[in-house]
Write a protein that binds this ligand. Sequence first.
Ligand code: ADP
Length: 281
Amino acid sequence: MNTTGTMNSIALHASGLHLGYERAPVVHDVSVSITPGRVTALIGPNGSGKSTVLRSLARLHPISSGEVTIASAGSSSPTPALSAREFARTVTLLSQSRPHPSGLSVREIVAFGRHPHRRRFASLTDADRAAIDQALELTGTDSMAERSVDQLSGGELQRVWLATCLAQETGVLLLDEPTNHLDLRYQAEILDLMRDLADDHGTAVGVVLHDLNHAASVADDIVLLSQGRVRSTGTCEEVFTAEVLTEVYGLPIRTHVDEDTGMVRIEALPRRLRRTLAAAS
Ligand code: ADP
């Protein structure tokens, strides 16, 4: 996204990633592409390696082997190695572990997102202020811009951190469980926002989602991880099959296509219904 309205064309490609903690390998040979104008959802059970992959894409987790490259769409060669500052103007991550700032207003927090664009000790430019205002508006935090972040609920603070990422105006937006802590309305709004950023600004969105129905409603491409490996990848229709999901999540899962919306819907049956169905068959 950027305030000048130009379309993004930056893609992030990871190939053959092996990642671990200390000496314990947790991610094995994972390849994933986050491409302009598309929403790519990383899904999978707890501990399958989603956050670790996302953090490695954001240069926040060391890569044991494999590589992550950034490329402009339409160009066959990867962009030369970016400095930390250039990288921060290109890729941002809404991480799961966020600081709990104190004594600052919402607007001051969102202004941190402009850091990679600003000269040292320079005051905010008109472009900085426009980007901050737009990020506040897109996340519905403009009405609380002058409030202290100490007074915010967890969900409100979550949207403020998202606004900080948007103010960074990067072509690649990585989000780790952005709908956590949010009520139904804001869950829907964040999903819509991801879709709008991809459709209207060409943003390359990579998102970790727990809720498979959220993934089915927003994503173009799905990467299903299981035990640190890619178990399946493709469109929602290709990845969300009852057979694969039942195997990966270890409980009976049903899928169907909603007649009205055309979206794949996924449900795990409660135990009492499983018993009833088993008894009836
Ligand atoms: P997910 O996001 O799919 O829940 P993670 O990427 O958080 O999975 O974790 C993948 C694996 O790495 C898990 O087995 C988890 O226990 C392990 N892990 C995550 N963070 C750490 C850490 N700080 N130190 C050691 N192991 C970790």
